[in-house]
Ligand binder design. Structure first.
Ligand code: ZN
Ligand code: ZN
Length: 790
């Protein structure tokens, strides 16, 4: 939920230096200028719109009492589309007031039709609870909003089903509770006018594909009861929100993307830490398992953590209230400690005005830290992420972002903590040693221009579709007409379920054969999830899907859970359980795997002369064989330790390209350098895919080879790391030219000599980043791009 008016801070210290002056002083410190780009994001006045004529006076008055004088233009536009019966997604920035866009049509309808109902879905219980408070505060008669989730007491559930007309829940509860119990919900579903899906960009990958089918099951039940609700979705800004929302709901969805809410001006700098000279002390990682002579070619950048700590010390010394975002809690503490030390060296006692925001703190202690920062008693705070912070912690003078947080939505959520009305603020993105970060600091248009990264999901994944159809059949027999609703592959999945004895075909449709309902976990993916258990207390901390468990929960792994660090003592695959203890070592762990791959079928391809681009099914065998321990503060590799884990088989979707050996020779790639060229291109391509789709490195894998038995050519594969695929490879195929162009540029623009973690090295490479050839990777990608149609 977001407030619908601009947040303001009344109290605060006197304004510090203007952002441009501050930035000039920060960048003048070193020998080389680390700033690659400065973007002036101008202040934007809001564009208000009149209340839509259909909004009843009673509702306008209720919003006015809550301080909403008039809607912004995008709110009014989306609300009117929804009120007129169009499915709509509003995809605008943080704190742009998306909630008003769905509250307005939904509540107007509830007031006009005393029987109508609304279903609201949030990805978390906390968000649903926030939204409940907001709707309840409007004090509208007869709406009776209520949360219905796992925590709702049994005694209240029946009252809610019968009397609430605005039910707030989550997809898991819809899946496990509402849909299987549809008979009890028939009155509510029969009168359902709106389905609101908040933060819909969080429904991505395998989880998103499951949710897509839960929504189709909901639509089927509504149709059986004679209702056809309008879907209103709220999303963070992303590429192509209309397509993503359409895939999620299975309906045509109109997008509203023009943000008309006001914002303060921000000077936004992109900052690339300098390259360190080769073998300069502790920051030089030694590649394990390597026997070659390329160790001495290792070159790295100054760590983003050190750079951020220095920047924090400098801004604090200028009296500027600064919030630094760091990915891990340990990292946040390193930044705070280094900044404190630097400040105390300069002015004894000044270090006391910097703190780390500790995940273990009580809510009250956190709010106290936030208050101290807002009022200027504290000048610097290093924190793990924006989600833990109170919503009131805005209006700061400077925000430092240590490493690209993965999506534009998160980036703007963090940067949005800076700036208040009438005053300019500074934001700095400090690049980590990662190809995506390198690309972004050299391509500001990817941050400040139109978004390209899209929320992807793949409802046709057979590993999702079959269990979801089983759930649907349990709720009511499937008919041939239903198959169209569930989309491509539904008939095949039903045939499989019949062959497996789960469904029985009768003249009237397909029937679930068992008494119990199918057990389907929306967040799982076929294989049983692994439980993470704290040894000393037996407390269940959470679950990790079976596929990722080898990477994240192997013995010795440092596992982060809600900002708290644990170390894994033992991964018991037979019991599906990892035993951990709380510990905060100075290192992080990085698992490495080796992979084998065979092509099963080709779904689609582009024949581009010497280059071929393919999308298809593949079988992947991968084995996590070792892990690296690295110092958090410096990135220095401490050691590599072997692991004894079984190989894992995966049928999934891959995108791959081939090149003719002749085209490589013509481009100047010597045959001996082909493996290193392809390998380097593969690493960087994986690193850049999150630019096109909201995924991270753990969602995808890759393989490259100078000749693959199935393609009989030099080939680079990039595959979805989830059974059946999650839409990432498909998105890569659909945007292949743009994706590989960005990959090429990231490699070419990295100032290192022969490859580094900021361009072609990968932290999860099972071959110890050997062989890699940076210049030849550029040649390979140039050949692909010269032939591939845009
Ligand atoms: Zn590099
Ligand atoms: Zn590799």
């Amino acid at each position: 939920m977001e407030s619908s008016s601009a947040a303001t801070v009344s109290a605060g210290p006197s304004p510090g230096p203007a952002p441009a002056d501050l930035l000039r002083r920060l960048r003048a410190r070193g020998a080389a200028d680390p700033v690659t780009h400065v973007e002036r994001v101008p202040a934007r006045p809001g564009v208000p719109a009149p209340w839509p004529s259909w909004a009843p006076p009673e509702l306008r008055a209720a919003f006015a009492r809550r301080g909403v004088v008039a809607p912004w233009q995008h709110q009014a536009q989306a609300a009117t589309l929804a009120y007129e019966g169009e499915h709509v997604v509003v995809a605008t920035g943080t704190a742009s007031g998306k909630s008003l866009a769905y509250q307005l049509p939904a509540l107007a309808t509830l007031l006009a039709d005393p029987r109508a109902t609304v279903l609201y879905l949030a990805p978390t219980k906390a968000l649903a609870a926030d939204q409940l408070r907001a709707v309840a505060a409007l004090e509208l008669e007869g709406v009776r909003p209520a949360c219905y989730d796992g925590d709702t007491p049994r005694a209240e559930r029946e009252w809610i089903r019968r009397h609430s007309r605005f039910v707030l829940t989550n997809p898991d509860m819809l899946h496990h509770g509402v849909l299987p119990g549809h008979a009890q919900w028939s009155g509510f579903l029969r009168r359902l006018a709106y389905v609101v899906i908040d933060e819909c960009h969080t429904y991505r990958g395998v989880f998103g594909s499951h949710v897509a089918h839960v929504l189709r099951r909901l639509r089927r039940q509504c149709a059986r009861f004679g209702s056809t609700p309008v879907f209103v979705l709220a999303s963070a800004t992303s590429g192509d929100p209309s397509t993503a929302a359409g895939r999620l709901t299975g309906l045509p969805v109109t997008a509203v993307t023009e943000d008309a809410s006001p914002r303060g001006g921000v000077t936004f700098a992109l900052w690339e830490p300098p390259l360190l000279p080769p073998d300069s002390g502790p920051s030089t990682p030694v590649p394990p398992q390597s026997t070659g002579d390329h160790d001495d070619l290792q070159q790295v950048r100054r760590s983003a953590l050190r750079e951020t700590a220095d920047l924090l010390a400098d801004t604090v010394a200028e009296g500027v209230r600064t919030l630094a975002f760091v990915r891990s809690r340990k990292g946040a503490e390193v930044v705070a400690a280094n900044a404190r030390r630097a400040l105390d060296d300069a002015v004894p006692g000044l270090g006391g005005r910097v703190a780390a925001y500790r995940g273990g703190y009580l809510r009250e202690e956190r709010r106290e830290l936030e208050r101290a920062l807002l009022h200027g008693d504290l000048l610097g705070l290093a924190s793990t992420n924006a989600l833990e912070l109170g919503v009131d912690l805005v209006g700061l003078d400077a925000v430092l972002i240590c490493g690209y947080p993965g999506t534009r939505a998160s980036l703007w959520q963090q940067a949005g903590r800076a700036g208040r009305s009438g005053q300019e603020a500074l934001a700095v993105l400090v690049a980590r040693d990662d190809p995506l970060d390198t690309y972004l600091v050299h391509h500001p248009e990817a941050i400040f221009g139109a978004p390209v990264e899209a929320t992807v999901l793949d409802p046709a994944n057979p590993y999702v579709l079959a269990p979801q159809l089983a759930c649907a059949a349990f709720e009511a027999p499937l008919t041939p007409a239903d198959l169209a609703l569930f989309g491509d592959g539904a008939k095949e999945a039903v045939d499989q379920l019949v062959a497996a004895g789960a469904l029985r075909q009768r003249p009237t449709g397909w029937y679930w054969r068992h008494r119990e309902r199918p057990e389907v976990d929306l967040r799982g993916e076929g294989g049983a999830p692994v439980c993470v258990v704290e040894s000393s207390t037996g407390r269940l901390l959470g679950t990790v899907d079976g596929g990722s468990s080898h990477f994240l929960l192997h013995s010795g792994a440092v596992y982060l859970h809600q900002g708290v660090s644990y170390v894994v003592d033992d991964l018991d695959l037979a019991d599906g359980c990892a035993l951990v203890h709380a510990e905060e070592p100075d290192w992080s762990t990085h698992a490495r795997d080796v992979t084998d791959l065979s092509v099963v079928s080709v779904r689609s391809y582009v024949d581009a002369g010497p280059v071929g681009m393919f999308l298809g099914e593949v079988d992947v065998t991968s084995q996590v064989v070792s892990y690296q321990r690295r110092r958090i503060a410096t990135g220095e590799v401490i050691d590599t330790r072997p692991l004894d884990l079984p190989a894992r088989e995966l049928r999934t979707v891959a995108v791959w390209f081939t090149l003719s050996p002749q085209s490589l020779t013509l481009a100047g790639v010597q045959p001996a350098d082909v493996p290193g060229a392809l390998h380097a291109a593969e690493h960087a391509a994986i690193g850049l895919l999150p630019l096109m789709a909201t995924c991270d490195r753990w969602d995808i894998g890759g393989l490259s080879t100078a000749v693959h038995p199935d393609t009989e050519a030099p080939t680079v594969f990039v595959y979805d790391g989830h059974p059946g695929g999650a839409g990432f490879a498909e998105r890569a195929y659909g945007t292949a030219a743009a994706w590989l162009r960005a990959t090429r540029d990231a490699i070419a623009e990295c100032g290192c000599e022969s490859g580094c973690p900021s361009c072609v090295q990968s932290p999860k490479c099972g071959n110890g980043n050997n062989p890699l050839s940076k210049p030849d990777a550029i040649r390979v990608l140039d050949v692909v791009l010269a032939n591939l149609p845009e």
